[in-house]
Design a protein around this ligand. Structure first.
Ligand SMILES: *Cc1c(COP(=O)(O)O)cnc(C)c1O
Length: 393
């Protein structure tokens, strides 16, 4: 057994799904804990019984508390948080608000998330900016020396991903923040796979903008997301959308933006899910993110050690900064078929193919990769059963 300060049996008792499946797909979507499920169902029922707008009016304080919870989770003010319907939505709201013009330079890293890369590519082409990838160091992590050498006044945006979906390595995001201090580049961080599995502190990181999803390691409902917008950065940004929620109509031809990060929201959203995401944040905070990270890293180390002993299996996570995302290949096996076979046996994993992760998999010469992503409610016994199932394939 791995030493842990976290009460794993209690975490499992509060996770109805872990009775039925070995869930190693927490980077896709975590299993909702009971308090999240209860929150979503209760509000959905209330909407059916009394009318959705009327139900919302009863929950104003509870919705406000979701922003406060995110402020605690990310170490920022509640009014620096905007809530959205997913991480892609958050990232795009942030990215398209950053002013870019011809001749500007945009920097990213070699593990940038697929959809982010497509948007960076398209918009740089549209405005005539250049898109440059900061090289990786010996561990494949963003090379801070190389980043410093690339910085000049034309660099207007540095957009990087802390942990991507196909590779467990964790970029040194605080060192990136330190390198950018004093530059005029806006720092946009995709922390979608980090929030919920480790402490993520926007003050220590020094990012201007951060995006994430509710459903992954945080264990909230699907279709939920959040973003952080640093107070001092707000006025440098020009949001892509405007509606009667994000701005006030002050005269027939005039308007004023909301004074806080809510200017990045739109009016319509699923309140039950948003309350559920808040319950997920509170649930994570009740365990503590340090304890969660320690537990996940312990289980992941065990998993990688065991997988390394299986003939034909190659663990592919590089370097010195691992996470709860563990990736491997299996010689001569169709990984999609393996994933489906495991699923039929009650073991959830996922597979990332080349066309989802060009940057990352091309560099490593891999066509497709299997991902086992662990949460703190997973157990040593589940790891052993998983590795036995892989060995049997
Ligand atoms: C999953 C993921 C996203 C997209 O999140 P959605 O909520 O599906 O939009 C963005 N970035 C990273 C690194 C991801 O893993």
């Amino acid at each position: 057994m791995i030493a842990t300060s976290l009460d794993v049996s209690c975490a499992r008792a509060l996770t109805p799904g872990c009775e039925r499946v070995i869930h190693f797909n927490n980077a896709g979507c975590g299993l909702m804990p009971q308090p999240v499920l209860d929150t979503v169902l209760e509000h959905t029922r209330l909407e059916a019984m009394m009318g959705s707008y009327e139900a919302a009016a009863k929950k104003v304080e509870a919705v406000n508390a979701v922003y406060t919870s995110f402020g605690k989770l990310l170490n920022c003010r509640a009014d620096e948080i905007a809530l959205t319907d997913g991480a892609t939505q958050s990232w795009h709201r942030a990215f398209h608000a950053v002013p870019l013009k011809q001749g500007d330079r945009v920097l990213t890293a070699n593990n940038e998330y697929n959809s982010n890369w497509l948007s960076l590519r398209r918009r740089c082409d549209q405005v005539g900016a250049t898109l440059e990838v900061v090289p990786g160091d010996a561990n494949g992590l963003i090379d801070i020396g190389a980043l410093r050498a690339m910085l000049d006044v034309r660099v207007k945006l540095v957009a990087i991903t802390q942990i991507t979906n196909s590779n467990g390595k964790v970029n040194p995001v605080e060192e990136v923040g330190a390198a950018l201090k004093g530059s005029n580049a806006i720092y946009l961080l995709d922390a979608c796979q980090a929030v919920g599995q480790m402490p993520v502190d926007v003050q220590r990181i020094g990012c201007d903008l951060l995006s994430g999803a509710g459903r992954k390691f945080l264990r909230g409902p699907r279709g939920t997301g959040f973003m952080h917008v640093r107070r001092e950065t707000l006025e440098k940004l020009d949001p892509m959308f405007i509606d009667i929620h994000s701005a006030k109509w002050t005269g027939l031809n005039t308007f004023e933006w909301k004074t806080d990060a809510k200017r990045f929201e739109v009016m319509e959203h699923n309140i039950a899910d948003r309350l559920g995401m808040g319950a997920a944040v509170d649930h994570a905070l009740s365990w503590g993110l340090d304890a969660i990270q320690e537990r996940i890293l312990g289980l992941s180390t065990l998993l990688r050690q065991r997988l390394n002993d299986v003939p034909g299996v190659q663990v592919r996570d590089q370097g010195s900064r691992p996470s709860g995302i563990n990736t491997f290949t299996m010689e001569g096996r169709d990984l999609n078929a393996v994933m489906l076979k495991l699923r039929a046996d009650g073991i959830n994993t996922s597979v990332t193919n080349f066309d989802w992760a060009w940057l990352d998999l091309k560099e490593r010469g891999i066509d497709s990769i299997m991902r086992a992503s662990l949460s703190y409610y997973n157990t040593e016994e589940e790891v052993e059963r998983f590795v036995e199932a892989i060995a049997r394939v």
